[in-house]
Design a protein around this ligand. Structure first.
Ligand code: NDP
Length: 433
């Protein structure tokens, strides 16, 4: 905290991990002796660079680009790129730190990294987004590689942006390498990658519920956000017989008391991915209530899936959810619940899954995309989905193995210890580097 006093998001993420790791570290002092913690919180490398581009009016714009290469003990750096005005080094270090544990949990050989820019893609033309992506990659390309660092999408970076980034990489490096995941199907992408984070989050919640002889059938489910993760979490909940009663964006919450139906889901996909519109338009189109400036957490529900962004669910929201009967919370987003909100859930014994476990399906499927690229073959959607499902079940089991506490499962503790052990052991074996 003394070294980087303003990096509040990063401190929050580290504190959450350390709180639950502490007793484990005391029982296993060899990790402390080797300075594992001190090394884990310091990125192996953090790159910051200028991203100049020309907008449609011919005016030169300058954004700030980053790549944080956090830890490569168990494989090449892997983690998304985020384009959002709120991006800064603190946010990316928190995301990269989380990514190290998450990637370890998937059991695939991937280290942790994260990157992005304070660029806002909202309201920009395709041409502007392309020029920005090309400029961003003109610097990033020298720091990534199929065996070095393989970025993917995140907030503000979807299929369109990955395409532009990949095109520019190929041109500069003069080779067709697997340096990005989330690619289009025509040029090396994997089936089920767009669905993976949302589906994976619901698979994880399903496992938690199963241990209590419960399921999604007939349950009211609150989802926040309306982007990639929310869209496919909603689809999987519907498939399992749950009722999706909300979606949101940074302007407010759409309430669908009767539960989202197929027609509405297809409208959502077109609205957000092709027309790039706002969720408010969906409320207007279907004459549904729209709660201006509000999050969904005060709506009575059985299951909550926060799928928008960090710190979108406060301790007060957590208490309201519990008061209204919510029994299960699985994070599709990264760190959507504040530290205090997490404490409320854990104290109440709620089935609460942190993002590093519940949203690991996205990066796991990115890992499967890398495998397919390396083998130069293409698995069917069914095959990828089955592998994703197995990975989520295995992550759940790992959390149960390490998370037992007073007859309950503390999924935060389980995910942190399970993710830590593999990375820490690899670091021990590799010496002080
Ligand atoms: P998208 O850009 O597709 O969607 C983001 C959604 O969150 C939008 O509805 C957006 O609304 C909302 N949102 C973003 N910032 C804010 C904010 N400050 N306040 C309120 N709402 C906000 O991103 P994804 O769906 O890909 O990512 C969502 C979350 O999931 C992020 O935390 C991301 O790190 C995490 N994640 C994503 C993975 C993936 O595979 N995509 C993998 C693992 C985690 P608006 O349009 O108004 O900004």
């Amino acid at each position: 905290k003394q070294r980087d006093p303003h990096q509040t998001e990063f401190h929050q993420a580290v504190e959450e991990v350390l709180r639950s790791l502490w007793p484990f570290l005391q029982d296993n002092p060899h990790y402390a002796k080797a300075g594992i913690l001190e090394r884990l919180v310091e990125p192996e490398r953090a790159i910051q660079f200028r991203v100049p581009w020309v907008d449609d009016q011919g005016v030169v714009q300058v954004n700030r680009g980053f790549r944080v290469q956090m830890n490569s003990a168990i494989g090449p750096y892997k983690g998304g790129l985020r384009f959002h005005p709120s991006v800064n080094l603190s946010v990316l270090k928190f995301l990269a730190f989380e990514q190290v544990f998450k990637n370890s949990l998937t059991s695939l050989p991937m280290g942790g990294g994260k990157g992005g820019a304070d660029f806002n893609p909202k309201g920009k033309s395709d041409g502007e987004v392309m020029r920005f992506c090309q400029s961003f990659m003109s610097e990033l390309y020298r720091h990534i590689g199929a065996n070095l660092d393989v970025p993917a999408g995140d907030i503000g970076v979807g299929g369109r942006e990955i395409g532009y980034l990949f095109g520019q990489y190929k041109r500069l490096a003069n080779e067709f390498a697997s340096v990005l995941t989330g690619k289009g199907l025509a040029y090396g992408g994997s089936l089920i990658r767009p669905e993976a984070t949302g589906y994976g989050c619901v698979y994880f919640a399903e496992e938690m519920l199963k241990r209590k002889q419960l399921g999604f059938e007939g349950k009211k489910v609150c989802i926040s956000g309306s982007g990639n993760v929310s869209q496919y979490a909603a689809q999987k909940v519907m498939e399992l017989g749950g009722r999706v009663i909300s979606l949101s964006d940074s302007q407010g919450t759409l309430v669908i008391e009767a539960g989202l139906d197929q027609e509405q889901w297809h409208y959502l996909m077109d609205l957000k991915n092709r027309r790039r519109g706002r969720i408010r338009e969906m409320a207007e189109h279907f004459a549904l209530p729209f709660l201006e400036g509000q999050t969904p957490w005060h709506l009575p529900c059985d299951i909550a899936l926060p799928c928008a962004t960090q710190n979108e669910l406060s301790s007060e929201d957590a208490r309201t959810l519990l008061k209204n009967g919510c029994i299960c919370v699985a994070e599709g987003a990264n760190m959507p619940a504040t530290l205090e909100a997490v404490e409320v859930f854990i104290e109440a014994g709620t089935l609460y899954a942190p993002g590093k476990a519940a949203n690991a399906g996205g990066v796991a499927t990115s890992g499967l995309e890398m495998s397919q690229n390396a083998m130069r073959l293409h698995w069917s959607g069914g095959e990828v989905d089955e592998k994703l499902h197995n990975i989520m079940q295995n992550i759940h089991q790992a959390c149960v193995r390490y998370g037992e506490e007073n007859g309950r499962i503390n999924y935060v503790k389980g995910a942190n210890i399970a993710g830590f052990v593999k990375v820490a052991d690899a670091m021990l074996e590799q010496g002080v580097v």
